[in-house]
Design a protein around this ligand. Sequence first.
Ligand code: SDX
Length: 399
Amino acid sequence: NNGIRISDQGFLNTAAITSKITFIDGDKGFLMHRGYPIEQLAEKSDFLETAYLLIFGSLPDKDQDTTWRYEVMHHTALAEDAMKVIGSLRYDSHPMSVFISAFSAMAAFAPEANPALQGRDLYQKNKDILNKNIIRIIGKAGTVAAAAMRVRMNRPFIAPKSNYSYCENILYMMDAVANGEDYKPDPRLVKALDILFILHADHEMNCSTATMTHVGSSLVDPYSAVAAAAAALYGPLHGGANEAVIRMCEKIGSVENVPSFLEKVKRKEELLFGFGHRVYRNTDPRSNIIKKVTESVFEACGREPLIDVATALRDAALKDPWFVERKLYPNVDFWSGLCYRAMGFPLDFFPVLFAVPRVAGWLAHWKQNLDQGNGKIWRPRQLYIGEQKRDYVGREERE
Ligand code: SDX
């Protein structure tokens, strides 16, 4: 804005700003992955198929689909060494810390996936290695989430079942001890979790995806890059917002307290978590779909009373000029926490349920950056607005 023009080529060279994966129209509240509107994917696809679409660019044909599902579901087990690292963490560790530690540990135990050891063009040269590690990371992400839950519950790990679907397996591993070895999760909850995973799988160049692509551009192994991206997602302004929404609603306590809370937000004393978005200046299309998912989850698990406070917050904010003029609408995190709470997940576990599906988006952008063949490290430039050039002055002469 201060009249300094970055040459177009200069800008293009410093930022991988082109992508074929996700398109968002923030003004229209429109989102599509590889050309498919999010509403159609949420209704007709499932998470593993959407993950394939994001990563490989098209919906899998029958054989590709069968192979993809088989491969992912046969790479869900975690190495003994990784389990030991996870098991060494205290029961009250934040599940996102467990998730980040697990992927850092997996990096240590996967030298064959490490370009630092195998040569910097490992992933350009060998597409099999690239696809194999994509499959492993997606397969294991759900198991890491379940392991984080076992740490929290101070209970033994449960091995995944390769004949269960992806989301069914996650629910199974989290709760099988309470329900016995042959526990079959409620199909309504499996479906709900699968839709939530589709909605969280990718969202263009958000903070954590930018981190994955940025870190991945140095040609580090993908496990370390996933750990870095998960650290970015952990923050309450990003993937931690679903947890923050529930804490906010608990603090408000009742519908009667909503008006005074919103006054505090306007005085900047509080933040309305689950509202606002850097790109959407209209409603986040994912939020509308998740609101519907709450109904099926409540039917299966019982109604989460905090939805009354959340609904009152939403209704009041959408009518209040202060929020309207700032184009603040519910985002993906506003209702998702209510689903997870009704499903019985611990509050600080919600960001992990964001991270697991977002691994697909992270990998899609990581692979795209490698495929673009530039293999160039991301090195954004800044507009320098500091002091002009000046000479050093000795301590005695400084006033
Ligand atoms: C996710 O990037 C992605 O795509 C992210 C994500 C994904 O799928 O990856 O969609 C997932 O992270 C969703 C966002 C989850 N975070 C939250 O719900 C936290 C609450 N939201 C805010 O922190 C905020 O809205 C952000 C961080 C999401 C966006 O912040 P911006 O773009 O910096 O907002 P802004 O500066 O354009 O805000 C404009 C005005 C400001 O007020 P004024 O200075 O004009 O008076 O709106 C205010 C802001 O203070 N504002 C809010 C607000 N969000 C913006 N005021 C109160 N509550 C809010 N939530």
